[in-house]
Design a binder for this molecule. Structure first.
Ligand code: ADP
Length: 468
């Protein structure tokens, strides 16, 4: 796998990677996030180059970019073949590449290759992408930095006997996670030794199917936690700030579907402690650009680091709404070598924002991805509403990619107002032709516990079991 970055040897190599003004960016992604990045560039007066697969020829972002190039062949490889992508960036005279999320965004070899080829990678340093991309190494590092973590195995495990031993050492319940994967795949909660073998096998098989390697790691399972994450921003000069927290507890099958800034329920002292801990850790590792540190907060307000994402997150929109800071533009400016234009005390968080992931999934078919023609489409608008969409009427959803077709984000000054606004905006949203998860989202904003800001990661399981 990834070896630590080689030291830059010659002056010529150094000059190639010197921070410099970014005038043109290649967007190495697709869908709504490609549009989001293009918008950020346009506002900064930066030219954009889009790439697209044959399946994405009719996507909106392709039309929004200044230039767009087809990458023929496999529709997924189009966004993963980084030799080709970097070549294209050079040919089209781009200064930098923005990777978005998914695809190449957390590939340290790609980030390093960009640098070596004289292209600015808009994101963290390759060594940090590598470190935090390995969940076990990340936990170890964070523990060294004084952040609490959950007890668990410190290496990938493929052997049943060994796994069982570790599980009984940790004490049930435990959670199994794919060592080389994410997105909730390969996760199993094991409540007692008697069910360990069956669940270990199914976790192993699922991980093998999705990630090529079945190895898992084991962690103490937290009952009824809240998923709270801290948005970090850091420049090249050691200035680190946080942009507050997001509560991403509303999940289906361990995958986020609703994200909220600021948390309506978390204790103010706990928030402050999370901010302090996160900023300190990132300062100590010399982190750069943006990142998100994810924690589980238990019923007694103890918090534990679970993982860090070294990229722009899907749910960055809600942080933008409460802080007024354009995170994508700041990523570009940091990569250019600009200093953060604010201190921590200049950043204020106002009101509440909620993001809803509108997925093309069929609630009647266990939320299987739905593909095909969108026959009717109307997105909500009005005060405090933001839509980051990838689709339109007559668009055909291809079968190769993520099922998220739009993100609806709403903002209001109080929690009660934002929930009312969310209900109104979700009701305005019309997508016909393909089934979506809109019925689930509409049920959430009508549920009393949600309205009262009371939810943990078990929320959908317990409150809306018909949707699980
Ligand atoms: P992934 O990278 O697959 O998204 P994460 O480690 O970020 O996996 O966890 C995703 C979700 O799974 C969390 O938000 C939480 O709901 C649940 N989860 C993960 N670890 C634990 C744990 N130790 N105890 C309870 N729930 C957990």
């Amino acid at each position: 796998l990834y070896k630590s970055v080689k030291k830059i040897s010659s002056k010529k190599e150094y000059m190639k990677v010197m921070p410099r003004e970014i005038k043109k960016v290649l967007v190495a992604n697709r869908g709504e996030i490609a549009t989001r990045i293009i918008r950020a560039c346009k506002e900064l007066g930066i030219k954009t180059v889009a790439i697209y697969s044959e399946a994405d020829a009719k996507s909106i972002y392709v039309k929004k970019a200044d230039e767009a190039y087809l990458i023929p062949g496999d529709p997924i490889q189009a966004y993963l073949n980084y030799f080709r992508i970097v070549d294209l960036a050079k040919q089209t005279k781009c200064d930098a590449i923005h990777p978005g999320y998914g695809f190449l965004s957390e590939n340290p070899e790609f980030a390093e290759y960009c640098v070596k080829q004289g292209i600015i990678f808009i994101g963290p340093k390759p060594e940090h992408i590598a470190l935090f991309g390995d969940k076990m190494a990340a936990k170890k590092k964070m523990r060294e930095l004084g952040v609490s973590i959950l007890p668990g195995s410190d290496e990938p495990i493929s052997d049943l006997k060994k796994a069982k031993e570790i599980a009984s050492e940790i004490g049930y319940p435990v959670i199994l996670k794919a060592a080389y994967g994410g997105g909730g795949r390969g996760m199993r909660i094991v409540r007692s030794e008697s069910e360990f073998e069956t669940l270990f096998q199914s976790a192993y098989n699922e991980a093998k199917k999705f990630f090529g390697k079945g190895d898992v790691f084991i962690e103490k399972y937290v009952e009824n936690p809240r998923h709270i994450e801290i948005q970090i921003m850091a420049d090249k000069y050691g200035n680190v700030v946080h942009l507050g927290e997001r509560d991403c507890s509303i999940q289906r099958r361990h995958q986020k579907i609703v994200e909220i800034a600021r948390s309506p329920s978390l204790d103010e002292e706990v928030k402050k402690e999370l901010y302090r801990t996160s900023v300190k850790a990132m300062f100590k590792v010399g982190y750069e650009n943006v990142g998100t540190i994810e924690y589980l907060v238990d019923e007694n307000n103890n918090f534990y680091f679970i993982e860090m994402n070294t990229r722009l997150q899907v749910e960055h929109t809600v942080t933008e709404m409460v802080t007024g800071i354009d995170i994508v533009q700041k990523m570009i400016e940091i990569a250019e070598g600009k200093k953060l234009p604010f201190l921590q005390e200049d950043i204020s968080m106002r009101g509440y924002a909620i993001e809803f992931r509108v997925n093309a999934e069929d609630p009647a078919k266990n939320f299987a991805p739905s593909v095909g023609l969108i026959t009717s489409y109307h997105s909500p608008g009005g005060p405090g509403v933001r839509v980051d969409a990838a689709v339109y009427k007559d668009y055909v959803i291809p079968p190769y990619y993520d099922s998220m077709i739009a993100k609806l984000s709403v903002w209001a000054l109080t929690w009660q107002d934002v929930v009312n606004r969310a209900r109104r905006a979700l009701d305005e949203f019309i997508v016909r032709g393909v089934p979506t998860n809109l019925p689930l989202l509409r049920a959430i904003v009508r549920d009393e516990d949600f309205i009262n800001g009371k939810f943990t990661t078990k929320y959908i399981d317990e409150k809306l079991p018909t949707f699980n």
